[in-house]
Design a protein around this ligand. Sequence first.
Ligand code: NAD
Ligand code: MLT
Length: 312
Amino acid sequence: MTFTVLITDPLSEEGIQTLRDNAQMNIVVETALTPDELELRIVDANALLVRSQTQVTAKLISKASNLKIIGRAGVGVDNIDLDAATEHGIIVVNAPNGNTNSAAEHTMAMIMALSRKIPQAFLSLKNQQWDRKKYVGVELKNKTLGVIGLGRIGAEVSYRAMGQRMKVIAYDPFLTEEKAVAMGVDYGTVEEVIKKADFITVHTPLLKETKHLLNAEAFQLMKPGVQIINCARGGIIDEDALYDAILSKKVSGAALDVFEEEPFLDHKLLQLPEVIATPHLGASTVEAQENVAVDVCQDVLNFLTGGVVSNP
Ligand code: NAD
Ligand code: MLT
């Protein structure tokens, strides 16, 4: 029996090779399909492999009469309609561990670039300005990092921040005081984290409970001059409220890797000198892309050939 595996976002070749090595797999890589073209191609697919670009909607799933499994090379499954997949008996697997380290490193890079205004100073120098007064930063040592969402990435960021001699206060619905003590972080409610932190970084999934978790009300409670980091998901922070909080000087800086709508080429937050940003690059390292591709391809292979998934 042959299985058709349709890959619609760029995936590391190391992962795809896991599938190619099996004679039963017919691999189709099509990374530039329009939604209409995808609806035609999905009909023959037994497995669909995506990153975050492909939108796996209920409409697409309704056309996927032979589809058994959807693999997401990464953590967030918010581009997949999980209810529709469940309704059609299609399994969804992701690769939750492979990009943790890269996302944590990217978050730390953002915190350090933000605190020392490195991107702004670099741009100014590129524009032939030698300005040492405008780009005075703040130290991280002895500052408090508020971590909202202490899962895989939140925990890794916390350990790294402690290495910078920061104090960490965290909120996660599954965090207990005992676990916080064991990890060396302070335990707080969302409100306590928001009120006490000099830097706030969010590491939750985007759920209805976390949508606009940082909104106008939350910004009101924060310390004046707080700095905000989002390397998790656009939508956890209300972008209009962030914009206003920066204009009012409540927030002195923000580092954003993710946005409510992606991709974009023009965004009002990027007009503000206090904002630094990257185009969703948290997991964009050679290592992370290899890890997530290998994990998800192995899972899809195991499922198609043996009916089991591990979803590590
Ligand atoms: P994870 O599941 O390990 O951790 C998420 C944590 O959020 C969990 O501990 C959960 O209990 C907590 N949480 C859920 N609801 C919450 C709430 N209301 N308030 C506070 N905490 C809450 O996931 P992870 O691997 O650490 O990933 C975290 C986020 O980072 C996800 O949104 C993921 O998609 C995103 N991510 C982004 C990139 C990137 O390229 N920028 C890369 C990897 C992951
Ligand atoms: C993820 O959820 O894994 C990240 O957003 C990274 C990605 O999609 O590449």
